[in-house]
Design a protein around this ligand. Structure first.
Ligand code: PGA
Length: 251
């Protein structure tokens, strides 16, 4: 059966020292009682090794927020999946809408990134979601279908079974606007249906589909109570240990 997961996405926030302090605080908050879900923190690259060391043996797993579409070589400034893996991180967030919008990550580039992540035994947390105009035009289903078909539906059934999906409506990210629990459930169920159509019911039932977009301690419980919402990808609210813990406690 699929896993419930609460994953933080720190984005470009926190110096190394601040990030280590945040991870430490979270570790202490979670030490008293094991959470009812998987917990992941998505840190900047430079924090990965320190945070992975610090959280070793705890319930907290570590994710990068990106990895390269090339294996190695003359790609100044890039970080490969193998490098991410060597830090102790186990996950990588791929296809975040900010990467797509600001760094030109196309369907094709993301397809390569997912393949390389899997090859290096990282679990991709693959993000999909529509922008405001697409939602207003009722095109959200079309959009997420195209994103899945172009970048992850090429995977074998075995490999697809290793990935985590995150539905993040772009209009809800960092805006304080949240999809209603009904909107989230509707599209999560649609996404699960697409997976069932492509890989069969069992794979669909085993795939964790997280919701992201202004998820906070006040709305997490209602969002997570939907049958097809298997947790959250949390931006702003993951930057405070107490808020992130409160979202984890929604399970
Ligand atoms: P937010 O970001 O929680 O700040 O809206 C979510 C995300 O971008 O993953």
């Amino acid at each position: 059966m699929r896993k419930n997961i609460v994953a933080g996405n720190w984005k470009m926030n926190k110096t190394l020292q601040e990030g280590v302090a945040l991870a430490n605080e979270l570790k202490e908050l979670l030490a008293a009682k094991a959470p009812n879900c998987g917990v992941i923190v998505g840190t900047p690259f430079i924090h990965l090794a320190s945070v992975a060391d610090l959280t070793k043996g705890s319930v907290i797993k570590v994710a990068a927020q990106n990895s390269a579409d090339k294996e190695s070589g003359a790609y100044t400034g890039e970080i490969s999946a193998a490098m991410v893996k060597s830090t102790g991180a186990e996950y990588v967030i791929l296809g975040h809408s900010e990467r797509r919008a600001y760094y030109g990550e196309t369907y094709e580039i993301l397809k390569e990134k997912v393949l390389l992540a899997l090859k290096n035994e990282l679990t991709p947390i693959f993000c999909i979601g529509e922008v405001k105009e697409e939602r207003e035009a009722g095109k959200q289903n079309e959009v997420v279908k195209a994103q899945l078909e172009a970048s992850v539906f090429n995977l074998s059934k075995e490999d697809f079974g290793k990935i985590v999906l995150a539905y993040e409506p772009v209009w809800a990210i960092g805006t304080g606007l949240t999809a209603t629990p009904q909107q989230a459930q509707e599209i999560h169920a649609y996404i699960r249906g697409l997976i069932a159509g492509k890989y069969g019911k069992e794979t669909a039932e085993n795939t964790s589909i997280l919701y992201g977009g202004s998820c906070n301690p006040g709305n997490a419980k209602e969002l997570f109570s939907n049958p097809d919402v298997d947790g959250g990808l949390i931006g702003g609210a993951s930057l405070k240990a107490a808020d992130f813990k409160a979202i984890i406690d929604a399970f």
